[in-house]
Design a protein around this ligand. Structure first.
Ligand code: ADP
Ligand code: MG
Length: 259
């Protein structure tokens, strides 16, 4: 579904991402984790075509990103950034309607079929009752669900999410992650997301990609990736890995910062 080969990205000639290769199968949820500034957001921007890559290749559904038009890219993938700025005077339904634009010509208006897809996206995200509300009036969790509805209306195959839970309380964090998993299971949507919480990454992912200083430290199933040694090396933190309840998705108990 997504193949990234030897990606290199730079800011002012300083390599921020280097020799980054990753393969994501259709229908998988992959989480990217790593310390602040390790290049996670930059990688998502490279994959979505928002930032140029110096070298390397990104293939989506066997097509080279470099050869796709922006419109075509938007038809197959959608990226939600860390802080989506909600246009204050826009209703939820209007925002979700923007998800249809990659499928329309500039002079075309939304038609009956588009409104069906918008209604479907609102329903899937539990936002039907909020459709006439202004974006500015929503709580963080509701706004995040509205953005996910907009993403769904785009009918992408691949969803890229940069820290989708960062500004939410723990209850709403789990609600959004549960929704992401539900959409993944029901629609077969492939998801690549950046997460900070190691336990969320362990619980909600098929695979976890750990990056440090712009390159891959480890990639595999949560049970393969999360070891006390890896977390010590990458984060400088002592932990206990607990596989008693779920051996595939271990729990990580944080003990203390290494001295
Ligand atoms: P993460 O998402 O893992 O916290 P980022 O991808 O945002 O990290 O940033 C990786 C590195 O690239 C950091 O060192 C950051 O300072 C640098 N960087 C990010 N965006 C820019 C930019 N627009 N200009 C210059 N440097 C940047
Ligand atoms: Mg980031």
């Amino acid at each position: 579904m997504l193949k990234i080969h030897s990606l290199r990205m730079e800011f002012r000639e300083r390599a921020v991402v280097q020799d980054f290769s990753l393969e994501v199968e259709e229908g998988e949820i992959v989480s990217i984790i790593g310390p602040n500034g390790s290049g996670k957001s930059t990688i998502l921007k490279g994959v979505s075509g928002m930032l140029p890559c110096v070298s390397g290749q990104v293939c989506i559904a066997d097509q080279h990103l470099a050869q796709m038009t922006a419109k075509h890219v938007s038809q197959v993938m959608c990226m939600l950034c860390q802080a989506n700025i909600s246009p204050a005077d826009m209703t939820v339904q209007e925002l979700v309607g923007y998800g249809r634009s990659p499928h329309k010509k500039w002079y075309e208006r939304l038609d009956h079929k588009d409104y069906e897809i918008i209604a479907w996206a609102l329903d899937k995200t539990g936002m039907t009752g909020y459709k006439d509300r202004l974006m500015a009036s929503l709580s963080g969790g509701e706004a995040q669900r509205a953005w996910l509805a907009m993403a769904l209306a785009q009918r992408p195959k691949l969803l890229l999410l940069d820290e989708p839970t960062t500004y939410l309380d723990i209850g709403h964090q789990l609600e959004v992650l549960g929704l992401v998993r539900q959409l993944n299971q029901e629609l077969g949507l492939t998801v690549v997301m950046v997460l900070h919480d190691l336990n969320h990454a362990s619980t909600y992912s098929d695979k976890v990609c750990v990056i440090q200083q712009g390159t891959i430290e480890r990639y595999g199933r949560p049970s393969e990736v999360f070891t006390e040694e890896l977390i010590r090396r990458v984060y400088g933190v002592e932990t206990e890995i607990d596989t008693r309840t779920d051996s595939e998705h271990p729990r990580i108990h944080v003990l203390h910062k290494m001295k």
